[in-house]
Structure formats: C-alpha cells, structure tokens
Design a protein around this ligand. Structure first.
Ligand code: HEC
Length: 108
C-alpha cells in the first residue's frame, strides 16, 4: 500500500517537472506580445484593455494556461476572441507562452 503511494508520488513529481521543462519563457515573451495588449502584466509598459473584463494570466500555473489555450484552440472553451488568438498558436507556442506568463507573475 505504502510502496504504491510512493511510486505514485514519484510519478507525479516526474510528470510535473516534465511540464515545467517543456516551455521556454524567453521565446514565450516574444510570442506573447499580442497577448499583453489585453492580459497586461503590472510593471510592463502594457496595461489591460480597459473596456471589458480580461482575466489575469500572469502568475497562473503553466499547465493551467497551456490547457486553457488548448481548449480555446479546440473550441471546447467558447470565446470568439480567445479562439481567434489560440488558433494561430502551435503546441510549442502554447508551451512557451504558458512558461512566460507563469514566470512573469512570480518574478515580481
Ligand atoms: C483582444 C483581447 C485579448 C487578447 C489579444 C488575448 N486575450 Fe486571452 N482572454 C481575453 C478575454 C476577454 C478572456 C476571457 C475569455 C472567457 O471568458 O473565456 C481571455 C482568456 C484567456 C485565458 C484564460 C484565463 C483563465 O483564467 O481561464 C488565457 C490563458 C488567455 N486568455 C491567454 C491569452 C494568450 C496567451 C494570448 C496571446 C496569444 C491572449 N490571451 C490574447 C482577451 C484577450
């Protein structure tokens, strides 16, 4: 019982480091240029688009951001704006951008 739990925990840790290592935040910074027009990061020169509500992406979990973008891309999350944005992104773009936004929130 205990051994199984340890193996399970080990796999979880291995899986989470794999996700962490997947994206390149430096590349993501460049690819996220458009995104910052709406999802502003405090301290960057962009501010959030003022006229309607935009969720804060900076500092969210990398895996969460990536899966949200995949869902918009696939149309599982129904939002015309984000569907249009996510459609232009490859899987690699999504990983890099997710890594950038996750890190952008932490470094402050
Ligand atoms: C024109 C403004 C605009 C642009 C540009 C934009 N977004 Fe969004 N984004 C939104 C809005 C509005 C929502 C909320 C949509 C909803 O209700 O599902 C959103 C939602 C999201 C979410 C889900 C957040 C959550 O908490 O669930 C993520 C992740 C995200 N955007 C990432 C990005 C990325 C990455 C880019 C650049 C490729 C980008 N967005 C570009 C307006 C924008």
């Amino acid at each position: 019982m205990r051994a199984k739990l340890l193996i399970f925990l080990g796999l979880m840790i291995a899986a989470s480091t794999a996700v962490q290592a997947a994206g390149d935040p430096a590349k993501g910074r460049l690819k996220a240029e458009t995104c910052l027009g709406c999802h502003g990061i405090p301290g960057y020169r962009y501010s959030s688009y003022p006229t309607y509500h935009v969720p804060k992406v900076a500092g969210q979990h990398e895996a969460y951001i990536a899966s949200a973008l995949q869902s918009y891309k696939a149309g599982e999350r129904d939002n015309p704006t984000m569907h249009a944005q996510a459609q232009t992104l490859s899987d690699e773009d999504i990983q890099d951008i997710a890594a950038f936004f996750a890190q952008a929130g932490m470094s402050r």
